[in-house]
Design a protein around this ligand. Structure first.
Ligand code: ADP
Ligand code: MG
Length: 204
């Protein structure tokens, strides 16, 4: 079972990964965007760990909803509302149970990812964060490790795609040949989840 502490540790691991990879995320965004994705994400996740450490919400749902609200108010750009929606809606779907199963998390993440698709109007293959998140949410029904692999592969698979949503879509065909920054940060978040589950000695 996964309790509030597990979700708190996931967010802390995500913040470390984002901090470590911020320069790479910004570099990817400089090729097909405006070179701010790493700084946006670092600012957001630094604020997320601060508020979680301060308030220590008691349930998995409350941890993710607080983290999502914090991202909306600190990240800015396209990715702030999108990641905020992902975490808030995933958290809301978890309800107020003190502990959830990996299967419940997989289903809730599916709800969160669908909300991202609805908010941004993007679908699979549009070269966005969804290209990592959709396969990850599906694979999470199997295991944390499969979800990590699916997100990583999904992010890599954005390289040959032409962007159809977000700032990168303004580049048309010139967006081809670059990995999407948002798909890359999504893969980091899912890797942080798998790492947290692995450290707990658990699998789905
Ligand atoms: P901005 O584009 O406003 O500078 P960021 O650089 O922080 O915001 O984030 C860019 C990322 O946001 C993209 O790489 C892409 O993955 C994601 N993104 C942009 N628009 C959408 C959308 N409509 N749906 C899903 N993801 C999107
Ligand atoms: Mg940007």
């Amino acid at each position: 079972m996964l309790d509030a502490g597990f979700f708190h540790r996931w967010m802390t691991a995500a913040a470390s990964a984002v901090d470590r990879e911020a320069d790479r995320l910004t570099e990817l965004d400089s090729a097909i965007g405006d070179a701010d994705h790493g700084t946006n994400m670092r600012r957001g996740f630094t604020a997320v760990t601060a508020v979680l450490d301060r308030e220590a919400p008691a349930t998995p749902g409350a941890v993710l909803m607080l983290a999502g609200r914090q991202l909306v108010s600190t990240v800015g750009g396209a990715s702030g509302p999108l990641y905020g929606t992902l975490l808030r809606r995933t958290g809301k779907a978890l309800g107020d149970e003190p502990e959830v199963t990996p299967q419940q998390l997989a289903e809730a993440l599916g709800v969160g990812v669908a909300a991202v698709a609805q908010l941004g109007g993007a679908q699979a293959g549009d070269k966005t964060m969804l290209d990592a998140l959709l396969p990850a949410a599906d694979a999470l029904g199997t295991s944390f490790e499969e979800a990590r692999k699916a997100a990583e592969e999904g992010a890599l698979a954005t390289v040959p795609l032409q962007a159809r949503k977000g700032r990168a879509s303004y580049l048309g065909e010139r967006s081809i040949g670059h990995q999407d920054p948002g798909a890359t940060s999504s893969a980091l978040l899912i890797a942080a989840l798998a790492e947290t589950a692995g450290a707990d000695g658990g699998g789905a």
